[in-house]
Every structure is written in structure tokens, then in C-alpha cells.
Design a protein. Structure first.
Length: 151
């Protein structure tokens, strides 16, 4: 009887094994979400930020295309894609050429500041305010440049 119980316990453990390895945390995969998250304390529910949907503009899109994608995503109530688009646009703007003595100074000029404001508006559920910030960021981008450069 004791041997039968031990065998049943072992088989039950083996039966549960595929379920455990399918878990994103154990399989090395990042959790995904279509909703904005981990923007500030009110939107952070895990130390692992979920993967957000990629904007439909491609990996090499310029800040203008990314901001337009963010605006369209907000209109469709796709906050995760809007957040991802904003973060990518900000990265493109912050990747700039600058003099060595200014390298450590953060770029807090118009578009970068408006993108940060748009992300915070999303965190607080203010989609209209976020879209307004995005439109202001779009308006302050140079018309002839894909990214901002500083010499």
C-alpha cells in the first residue's frame, strides 16, 4: 500500500511537470500585456514589466512615425501599444550627437518632455491629455529631421 501511494505521488508530480515548464517565468519568456503598465507606482504590479505590443511602423521608424502610432493607438484604446510607441520615440530623440561636455546632461527639451508627460497621463487614465501631449510633441519636432541632433 505504501509503495502504491509513493508511485501515485511520483506520477502526479511528473504529470504536473509540463504545466510548470509552460509557465512564462520558468520558460524564460517575458509576460505580455496589451495595457500600459510599469509607468509609475500606480501602474506597477510586478517587478517584471510585461512585453508591450510593437507599433505597426517598423523597428527603424523615426520619432514622428512613432508618435503618430502612439496617437492612433490611444484613439483605439490600445494603451500598451501607445506606451511602447512613446518609449521608442523618446529613445530615438535621446539618441543624439552632442559635445562630450554635455553628454551627461539629460535632454529635457520640448518633445522629450511632452512624451514623458504623455506617458504619465496614460498612467493616470487621462487619454485625452496624453493625446494632447503627443500632438504638442509632434508639433515641436523638426520638419526635416528624423531625430534631433545637438552639436
Amino acid at each position: 500500500m505504501h509503495r502504491l501511494l509513493a508511485t501515485a505521488t511520483m506520477l502526479a508530480g511528473l504529470a504536473a511537470l509540463p504545466v510548470l515548464t509552460a509557465s512564462p517565468a520558468l520558460a524564460g519568456q517575458q509576460p505580455t500585456s496589451k495595457s500600459a503598465s510599469n509607468i509609475d507606482q500606480s501602474t506597477t504590479h510586478s517587478v517584471i514589466a510585461p512585453q508591450l505590443p510593437a507599433p505597426p511602423v517598423g523597428d527603424n521608424a523615426d520619432p514622428r512615425a512613432l508618435l503618430q502610432a502612439a496617437s492612433q493607438a490611444l484613439t483605439a484604446n490600445e494603451t500598451g501599444m501607445a506606451q511602447e510607441s512613446l518609449e521608442r520615440a523618446e529613445t530615438r530623440l535621446l539618441t543624439r550627437t552632442t559635445s562630450p561636455d554635455q553628454a551627461a546632461a539629460p535632454d529635457n527639451r520640448g518633445p522629450v518632455q511632452m512624451i514623458a508627460s504623455a506617458r504619465m497621463a496614460i498612467a493616470h487614465g487621462d487619454m485625452q491629455g496624453a493625446n494632447s501631449d503627443i500632438q504638442q510633441a509632434l508639433g515641436s519636432l523638426p520638419q526635416d529631421q528624423a531625430s534631433v541632433t545637438t552639436n
